[in-house]
Design a protein around this ligand. Structure first.
Ligand SMILES: [Zn+2]
Length: 310
C-alpha cells in the first residue's frame, strides 16, 4: 500500500470538458493536500505488508525518506520502532505488530528521522486495521491439562517463572534478517486466533500455527537469533524459544528432542529440535508461535512477509 506522500490523483484530461471555477478551486485544494511532502527536495513515502492489516497481524513497514537522514525511529500503536536502512531497496524498514485486542480503526504510524547537524524531519501516516474473523474449534485433551491436579502446581509455577524470564530477555538490536522460513516442511492446521474449547470449556484462543508432523521431524529456526529457553514446560512440553531481538520471539512446542542449548546463537534454518507430542497435545505436531512485545501474533503472516535481504 502506497499512501501519503506518493499518493497521486487521477486527473481527467482538461480538453475533454470545460471546468467550472469551483471545480478548479477544488482541484487546487486537493493537489495541495496530496502534494508530496518534501524535505530538502526528497519525497517521503510509506508502504506496509500485509496491505490489509487485521488484529493479531505482524506488520512490516518500509519508509522511503530524504537521503540525508542518518537514523529513523517510529511509533505505532504505542510501540517504539527503530528502522534499519536497506541497501537493496534504499528504504528504511521495521517490524511491528497489531495485537489481538486492537479494535478496527485507523492508527497513526509516526516516523521521525534524524539528519546531519541533529536536524529532525517527521511524517505521519494513517494505517487502517480491520477486524480479523478467527474460527472456533473444539479440542479434547487429558483432563489434567484443563484442570491441572494439585501435584502439577509446582511444575506449572516453575514453567511460568522460566517463561517470564525468557520473555524479558530480548536483545536491543534486531538479530533477524531476510525472510522468516517455515520451521518444518509440512502442512499446517490449527490456525492462529481460533477460539479453542478444551473438553467443553472455553479456555483460550489458539495463539500459534500447528504443523502436521510426526514425532522426530526436524524443526528449524525460522530466522537467526539466540536460544533463550530450551527445556520442558508443563503445557508446552519440551519447548524452544528464540529471541530475534527488539521484542520478537519465536516459540516451538511439544518437541521430543532438543538440538540446541540455552544461550546458543542460531542461524536461520538451523536444526533446533525434533518434533513430538509432549505437554498439552492431542497428537504429535509442532506448535509454532510468534510473540512480539508480549503479544502473540499470527505466524502465517510473519512467514509471508518479504523483508529486504540486506
Ligand atoms: Zn497449536
Amino acid at each position: 500500500m502506497l499512501i501519503g506522500a506518493d499518493q497521486s490523483l487521477a486527473v481527467q484530461p482538461m480538453s475533454r470538458y470545460r471546468p467550472k471555477l469551483e471545480t478548479f478551486f477544488l482541484a487546487v485544494a486537493l493537489l495541495a493536500i496530496c502534494a508530496p511532502a518534501q524535505v530538502q527536495g526528497q519525497k517521503w513515502s510509506a508502504q506496509w505488508e500485509p496491505v490489509k492489516l487485521v488484529n493479531g497481524s505482524p506488520v512490516l513497514f518500509r519508509v522511503t525518506a530524504p537521503k540525508q537522514l542518518t537514523a529513523l525511529a517510529g511509533n505505532f500503536l504505542g510501540q517504539d520502532l527503530s528502522f534499519r536502512l536497506s541497501q537493496s531497496c534504499h528504504c528504511w524498514y521495521a517490524l511491528a505488530g497489531v495485537n489481538l485486542a486492537t479494535k478496527p480503526g485507523r492508527y497513526t504510524l509516526r516516523v521521525e528521522g534524524t539528519g546531519p547537524y541533529e536536524k529532525k524531519a517527521a511524517m505521519n501516516y494513517q494505517v487502517a486495521v480491520a477486524a480479523a474473523h478467527y474460527p472456533f474449534s473444539t479440542i479434547k485433551v487429558a483432563p489434567a491439562f484443563v484442570e491441572p491436579p494439585k501435584e502439577a502446581q509446582a511444575a506449572i509455577e516453575a514453567a511460568d517463572a522460566a517463561k517470564k524470564s525468557a520473555f524479558s530477555a530480548t536483545d536491543a538490536n534486531p538479530l533477524w534478517s531476510g525472510r522468516f522460513i517455515p520451521p518444518a516442511e509440512a502442512e499446517t492446521s490449527g490456525v492462529f486466533g481460533s477460539a479453542r474449547i478444551y473438553n467443553g470449556k472455553k479456555k483460550s484462543q489458539h495463539t500459534g500455527l500447528d504443523f502436521r508432523v510426526s514425532t522426530g521431524t526436524p524443526v528449524h529456526a525460522t530466522n537467526s537469533g539466540t536460544v533463550i529457553l530450551a527445556r520442558p514446560l508443563y503445557f508446552e512440553g519440551n519447548c524452544v524459544m528464540l529471541d530475534h531481538g527488539q521484542g520478537l520471539l519465536t516459540i516451538y512446542m511439544h518437541l521430543s528432542e532438543f538440538k540446541v542449548k540455552e544461550g546458543e546463537k542460531v542461524a536461520a534454518g538451523q536444526l533446533v529440535a525434533l518434533s513430538g507430542g509432549t505437554g498439552r497435545s492431542t497428537a504429535p505436531h509442532l506448535h509454532f508461535a510468534v510473540r512480539w512485545r508480549g503479544e502473540y501474533l499470527d505466524p502465517r503472516t510473519l512467514l509471508d512477509l518479504r523483508p529486504p535481504e540486506k
